[in-house]
Design a protein around this ligand. Sequence first.
Ligand code: ATP
Ligand code: MG
Length: 306
Amino acid sequence: MLLRVENLSVYYQKFPYLEDINFSIERGEIFSIVGESGSGKTLTGLSLINLLPPYFKSKGKIFFDNTNLLDLPEFKLRNIRGKRISMVFQDPSTSLNPVMKVCNQIAEMLIYHFNLSKKEALMKTMEILERLKISHVANSYPHQLSGGMKQRIMIGMAIACSPELIIADEPTTALDVTVQEEILDLLYYLTKNDKKSLLLISHDINIVSEYADRIMVMYAGRILEEGGMEEVYKNPLHPYTKALFKCIPSEGEKIEGIPGSIPNLKALPEGCIFHPRCEFKKPLCKKKIPSYVMVSQNHYVRCLLF
Ligand SMILES: Nc1ncnc2c1ncn2[C@@H]1O[C@H](COP(=O)(O)OP(=O)(O)OP(=O)(O)O)[C@@H](O)[C@H]1O
Ligand SMILES: [Mg+2]
C-alpha cells in the first residue's frame, strides 16, 4: 500500500469540512475522487501534502509508505512534496511563474530535489519534454502557450522527480474535449508505464470511469460511495452516484442536472446529508445518519437503502 488515509477530518473553525475520510491507494493504481464543486476534493488533495491554509486543522492519519505525513515536520515534508508526491494543481495559469521560461521552471525542481547542476538539470528537463513530445516549447514563457500546453508543462513538472504518487486536481477542466482526452491519456500512460500511482480528482464521473481503477464519491466533505471502477460503473448504489452518472451529454438527450445544490458546510442537514436532494428518500433519511456499509468486497456505500 502506497498511501493510506485513516479517519481524516479537516476543520474550519469548529466545522468539519472533511469528515472521517478513509481510502488507500496501491502502487500502480489510478484512484479517483469525484463529486460536485464544493464537495471537498481539493481540500482532500491539499491535505495529503499539508498545503492547506493554516486556518484549517487536520486530524487523523495519512500514511505514505508507512510514514504518517501529519506527524512530519515541514522540513521533512519538503523532501517528499514534489519529489515523492507531486501535484498538478487545478489552475495551471496561476501555478506557473510568468517571467520564467518553462524549461527553467522544470529544471528548478530538479536542482532543488536532486542537487543537480543547472546544465545537468536542463538536460534532464529536455528528456522530460521530449517524452511529453513538447521539447519545441522549452524556451517559451507561459503566456505564449495554449491551455493544453501549459497543462503539459505542469505535468512535466509533476513527473520531473519521478514521484511515486501524482495528485492531479481537475487536470483538464479548463480544456476542450479533445485536448482533455490527450492529457488524461498522457497521465494514464505515464502512471501505468512507470508503475506509479495517480490520484485523479474530477467532477466528471463519466470521464474518469474510463481511466480509474477505483473511485470514491464525495459529497459535502463526506464519502458516500467507494469501490472498484467497473463495479461502481455497472452497479452504482448511492442515489448521488447514480445522479452523477446521469450528468452526461448523450446525443439527442437533455442533460439531467441534479436538482438543488450542495449544502452549506456550516449548517448541514440532519440525517443523511444528501436527503434534501434525494429522489429515493424515506422519512427515516431525515433523521438517521447512515453508516458506511460494505455491500460486496471492494464496494462500500453510505445510504439507508443498503
Ligand atoms: N481557502 C479556503 N478558505 C475557506 N474555505 C475554503 C477554502 N478552500 C475551500 N474552501 C471551502 O471548502 C469546501 C470544499 O472546497 P474544495 O475546494 O475542496 O471543493 P472541490 O470539491 O475541490 O470543488 P471544485 O470542483 O469547485 O474544485 C467548499 O465549501 C469551499 O468553499
Ligand atoms: Mg477543487
